[in-house]
Design a protein. Structure first.
Length: 114
């Protein structure tokens, strides 16, 4: 009988702990999604612009090269790899925008073999 009482008390304590513990402490699904990187918006624009410039080719890879920022202008650089009917090639795209307003001021493309 003593063993059953101890088992009941242990079970009751665990039950009480689960009732008072916040659900977020249990790691509810969806809470572990990493935040979107700061360059994601510009990456979507880069892919969109490259697809518009090379409509016959397929974007097969994507790399964020980096960001250069000063008080007035920021440049986000991406390298996209395209697969065409006759060749594969890279496109380096620089998106220039106003640092404060995020208004795009220029977009430059450069094809590369690597």
């Amino acid at each position: 009988m003593k063993g059953k009482t101890q088992l009941f008390l242990c079970f009751s304590m665990v039950l009480v702990l689960f009732m008072i513990m916040p659900i977020s402490a249990l790691g509810a699904p969806g809470n572990d999604t990493p935040p979107e990187p700061a360059y994601a918006k510009w990456g979507r624009i880069a892919v969109q612009e490259v697809k518009a410039k090379y409509p016959e080719d397929k974007v097969v890879d994507y790399l964020h090269v980096g960001r250069k920022t000063n008080e007035q202008e920021t440049i986000e650089t991406f390298k996209l790899w395209l697969e065409g009917k006759t060749k594969e090639f890279g496109v380096i795209i620089d998106i220039h925008f106003n640092t404060n307003t995020e208004k795009i001021t220029d977009i430059q493309f450069k094809e590369t073999s690597r």
